[in-house]
Ligand binder design. Structure first.
Ligand SMILES: Cc1cc2nc3c(=O)[nH]c(=O)nc-3n(C[C@H](O)[C@H](O)[C@H](O)COP(=O)(O)OP(=O)(O)OC[C@H]3O[C@@H](n4cnc5c(N)ncnc54)[C@H](O)[C@@H]3O)c2cc1C
Length: 355
C-alpha cells in the first residue's frame, strides 16, 4: 500500500492568507482543495510538498453568482455542484458536460473547479510509482533531465488533462487570481496555460485561483466530447470543446479547443472558419463534407505522442470525431439567451453556498 509522506497542514483563514503562505514557503508549499489529484500524487512521490495550505473550506471560494458581466464560479465549488446546476446547464451546457465527465461521483463530490483548472499534466512515464520511475532513471517532469517520450525535446511533453479548461477557453472565460498581498488580477483562461508539461501554468507560485468568470451566454451554444477508454474514472485521452454563436439560423462564430493532445489545451478555432456564415441546417442536415473538412483541419496541429493510454494515432483520429460530434451537439442546442442575472434568479446572485 502506498503511504503519504509526512507533511504539515495549515488551514488558511482566507484567500489572501493562503497566497501569503505560498509566497512565504516557496516550492515547499502547495494549495490543496479537494485533494483528489494532489494526494495520490504525493503518495507516488510525484509531488513532494512539505506544507499543504488548505483552501477547500473557504466560503469566499464557494459561490456561484450572476451579474450582467456573466456568471462567476468560486474556485472551491465542487464539480458535482456544477454538474447538478440546471441553470448552469442551460446557460453553459458544454461546461456542465465537462464537469460531469470528470472521473467518478465520489471524486466529483470532493474535486473543485479551481483544482480542475490547475490539475497536473499527465504522462505514462510520470504517472507511476516512485520505484518505477527510479528504475527508469526518472524523467524531465520530475527528478530527471530527459523527456522519455521525446528524448530530443527541450520541454516536457506531459499532456493537459483538465476536462473543464478547454470549455472555459472556448467560452472566452477569464480566471481571477489573488496574489500574496491580496491583490487581484484577471486573465483569459487560455493564458493560464503554457506549452510545457512541467511548468504548465503561467500563474505565479504565490497566486491562488479565486474564481472562474464565464461571459454572458449571449447566444453561445457549447458542447464537450471526451475521448477515453471507459465511460467513468478515465482522464481525457483526447477531446474537443466547441462554442458556437449564431445570428438567427446563420453561424456567426465557432471556437474549437482540443484537450489532451499536448501540454496545454490547443485552440484550433481558425479551423472553424468555413462554418462562419453558413446556415446551422447545413451542419445538422448533413453537409458531411463540410464538417469532415473542419474536423480534419482542427486536428492537424495536434501532435499526440505515445505517452497516454491507447495508441496515439487512434487518439488523434478519435479527437477528429470528437470535433465533429461536439459541433453537431452544439448546433442542436437551443441558443442560450437572456441576462444571466435573470436566468439565475435572486438566490444565486451573490450567494455564498459551499458545495
Ligand atoms: C482516479 C482519478 C480519476 C480522475 N479523472 C479525472 C478526469 O477524468 N478529468 C479531470 O479533469 N480530472 C480527473 N482527475 C483529477 C481530479 O480529480 C480533478 O481534476 C479535480 O477537479 C481536482 O480538484 P481538487 O479540488 O481535488 O484539486 P486538488 O487535488 O486539491 O489540487 C489539484 C491542483 O490544483 C491546485 N489547486 C487547487 N485549488 C487551487 C486554487 N484555488 N488555486 C490555485 N491552485 C489550486 C493544487 O495545488 C494542485 O496543484 C482524476 C483523479 C483521479 C484520482
Amino acid at each position: 500500500m502506498l503511504r503519504l509522506p509526512p507533511f504539515s497542514f495549515l488551514r488558511a483563514r482566507d484567500v489572501a492568507e493562503a497566497a501569503g503562505l505560498l509566497a512565504e514557503h516557496g516550492d515547499q508549499a502547495m494549495l490543496v482543495a479537494g485533494g483528489t489529484d494532489l494526494v495520490p500524487k504525493m503518495k507516488r512521490g510525484q509531488l513532494t510538498p512539505t506544507l499543504l495550505v488548505g483552501v477547500g473550506h473557504l466560503a469566499e471560494l464557494g459561490h456561484v453568482s450572476a451579474s450582467d458581466r456573466g456568471v462567476e464560479i468560486g474556485a472551491g465549488v465542487t464539480l458535482a455542484r456544477v454538474a447538478a446546476d440546471a441553470r448552469l446547464g442551460a446557460a453553459y451546457p458544454g461546461y456542465v458536460q465537462a464537469a460531469a465527465s470528470v472521473s467518478s461521483p465520489a471524486l466529483r463530490n470532493a474535486g473543485t473547479i479551481g483544482g480542475n483548472l490547475c490539475v497536473d499534466t499527465r504522462c505514462n512515464y510520470y504517472d507511476m510509482s516512485f520505484e518505477w520511475r527510479q528504475a527508469l532513471g526518472f524523467c524531465m517532469k520530475k527528478d530527471g533531465d530527459v523527456c522519455r517520450v521525446a528524448p530530443a525535446s527541450t520541454y516536457c511533453r506531459a499532456i493537459a488533462s483538465s476536462d473543464t479548461a478547454p470549455v472555459a477557453i472556448a467560452l472566452g472565460a477569464t480566471v481571477v487570481l489573488v496574489g500574496p498581498g491580496g491583490q487581484r488580477r484577471e486573465l483569459a483562461a487560455a493564458d493560464l496555460y503554457q506549452d510545457d508539461g512541467r511548468c504548465y501554468l503561467t500563474k505565479q507560485p504565490g497566486e491562488v485561483v479565486e474564481s472562474l468568470r464565464l461571459p454572458p451566454p449571449g447566444g453561445w451554444r457549447s458542447a464537450y466530447v471526451k475521448v477515453r477508454r471507459r465511460h467513468a474514472i478515465d482522464f481525457p485521452l483526447g477531446g474537443a470543446a466547441v462554442a458556437l454563436a449564431t445570428t438567427g439560423p446563420i453561424i456567426e462564430a465557432c471556437r474549437i479547443v482540443l484537450t489532451a493532445v499536448g501540454p496545454r489545451p490547443l485552440d484550433v478555432s481558425a479551423a472553424a472558419e468555413p462554418l462562419v456564415g453558413r446556415p446551422l441546417a447545413e451542419v445538422l442536415g448533413g453537409d458531411v463534407g463540410l464538417l469532415a473538412e473542419v474536423a480534419a483541419a482542427a486536428v492537424k496541429p495536434a501532435k499526440p505522442l505515445d505517452n497516454a493510454d491507447l495508441h496515439y494515432v487512434w487518439r488523434k483520429q478519435m479527437t477528429r470525431r470528437a470535433v465533429e460530434q461536439a459541433i453537431r451537439q452544439a448546433a442542436r442546442q437551443p441558443a442560450p439567451h437572456g441576462a444571466p442575472a435573470a436566468t439565475f434568479g435572486a438566490d444565486a446572485a451573490g450567494g455564498a453556498k459551499r458545495g
